[in-house]
Design a protein around this ligand. Structure first.
Ligand SMILES: [Zn+2]
Length: 168
């Protein structure tokens, strides 16, 4: 049931992205889709991207993106384009998160940790992990950090089990 709901939400988000791409020539589709994908993986119950002001140049429209969680809402606002808003929201989600390789997520080469990059329509870690799975109750902004950490812990436990098996 939950999976069904998620698929439906995913479908709606993709449709929304396509609609935005068609109606806004300034939209960098990949960045927005990647942000929605990340927001979805982080267990958000909603995502919205839009602008506040009509009848002004696009860059002055006040673009925002927000992700809705049960306990909180994460917002990036006052951007000059939907791309900028989507990028900022993704960066806020990733900042301070722990990757499932157990390293802190970093978005710049100069910092220690697991470097995440925007690859096409997805945010991908530098480590060789397939995907992030968010399990359990949908939560607040901390849900992603927990999910990322738990994924890492599971990988570690599996590794420990395999190791134990060889010896015992
Ligand atoms: Zn990693």
């Amino acid at each position: 049931m939950a999976d069904e709901t998620k698929r439906e939400e995913g479908r709606k988000l993709r449709e929304r992205a396509r609609a935005l791409a068609v109606t806004s020539p300034h939209l960098n589709d990949d960045v927005v889709v990647a942000c929605m994908d990340l927001v979805g993986r982080a267990g958000a119950s909603g995502f919205e991207i839009g602008y506040l002001h009509d009848d002004v140049p696009v860059a002055e429209a006040g673009w925002y993106a927000h992700a809705q969680y049960q306990g909180a809402r994460l917002i990036a606002q006052d951007h000059q384009s939907p791309t900028g808003a989507a990028l900022a929201l993704a960066e806020r989600l990733l900042a301070g998160a722990t990757c499932r390789c157990l390293q802190p997520v970093t978005l710049s080469d100069g910092q220690a940790g697991c470097r995440w990059r925007l690859v096409g329509q997805r945010w991908e870690p530098a480590c060789d992990v397939a995907s992030i799975k968010v399990s359990g109750a949908r939560g607040d902004h901390a849900a992603m950090r927990r999910a990322l950490a738990e994924s890492g812990n599971r990988a570690q436990r599996r590794a420990a089990k395999r190791k134990g098996g060889r010896h015992g």
